[in-house]
Design a protein around this ligand. Structure first.
Ligand code: NAP
Length: 271
């Protein structure tokens, strides 16, 4: 791809998106133009990032080069959005596109902040760092097919992509972007269960991770449904039904449903 790609905010998530593109040689490092806020981050990227991308810090002489890229990824924290201003947008070019990965910031809001751009909103999740991400993408109506393909290619290089109406991005975010924290909490809590039963912490966590992995692969790769699996391991008066009874008493399922809805509602509040 010979097109220049701009990245406004080259932090953890932006690196997780851009690095696989560079690893797979889908984009050349010299065609990537990144902007960070501080000189410290600039120096850190210059020194430690494994590719020699172009990098600038806010208010430095050449920062506007990032804004001259026809497609940019916006990857600052939502609370940093106010500090971002379009710089030297390409004169008379109505085909600039900005792809925001900010949680909960609507296409409407983006369009107000970036009037010279076609706006795209993407939601991605932390497993992109190992190429197992899920990304939901909502395009505003003016984005052309060629740009859409390029943007999909960017996110497809670090996982699976789903194209949605913007209305569905909040629940997509709740389910895919927030829920890794819920899973981490479950892993931690189950490991503590093993610890309570006398296992060493490390062994307990290893067993939990392997158990979850095996269960997920079984569900994903066979025709066994979640109900089938539950019934397979739950015998009358046995250990599993004793465990499930405790969870039912403590409204475990309802707590998870409400947790997802809380994240969904919070994302809508941000928009
Ligand atoms: N955590 C997740 O699971 C997840 C998943 C998907 C999407 N996201 C979204 O990803 C976005 C980025 O998150 P992150 O964890 O990558 O944040 P991060 O590591 O803090 O990166 C933010 C980047 O933005 C730069 N920046 C801040 N203000 C700037 C400005 N005025 N001009 C230019 N650059 C500026 C920062 O530069 P300095 O280092 O110099 O300050 C830094 O490079 C967030 O909006 C978040 O909602 C997060």
């Amino acid at each position: 791809m010979s097109q220049k790609l701009g990245v406004v905010g080259f932090g953890n998530i932006a690196k997780a998106i851009i690095t696989p593109l560079l690893d797979k040689k889908l984009v050349k490092p010299e065609r990537v133009y990144c902007l960070v806020k501080t000189k410290k981050s600039y120096e850190d990227i210059k020194e430690n990032y494994k590719y020699n991308v172009n990098v600038y810090y806010q208010n430095s002489e050449d920062a506007s080069l990032v804004w001259q890229c026809p497609i940019k990824i916006l990857s600052v924290k939502p609370q940093q959005l106010n500090s971002i201003k379009e710089l030297s947008p390409l004169a008379n070019n109505k085909n600039q596109t900005i792809v925001s990965i900010l949680a909960g910031v609507s296409l409407n809001k983006l369009q107000t902040i970036f009037p010279n751009h076609h706006c795209v909103r993407a939601v991605t999740n932390i497993p992109i760092v190992i190429g197992k991400g899920l990304s939901g993408i909502a395009f505003s109506k003016h984005v052309e097919e060629q740009e859409k393909s390029f943007i999909k290619m960017i996110f497809a290089s670090s996982g699976k992509i789903y194209e949605f109406d913007e209305d569905y991005l909040d629940i997509f975010l709740a389910l895919t972007s927030s829920a890794p924290a819920i899973i981490s909490l479950i892993v931690e809590a189950l490991s503590d269960g093993g610890l309570s039963g006398g296992l060493q912490k490390n062994l307990s966590e290893e067993l939990v991770l392997e158990m979850i992995l095996g269960t997920i692969l079984l569900l994903r790769d066979s025709t066994i449904s979640t109900t089938d699996l539950k019934n397979m391991v739950t015998s009358p008066g046995g250990t599993t039904i004793s465990a499930l009874r405790v969870l039912e008493k403590r409204s475990f399922r309802s707590a998870l449903i409400e947790a997802i809805m809380a994240a969904n509602n919070r994302s809508k509040e941000f928009s």
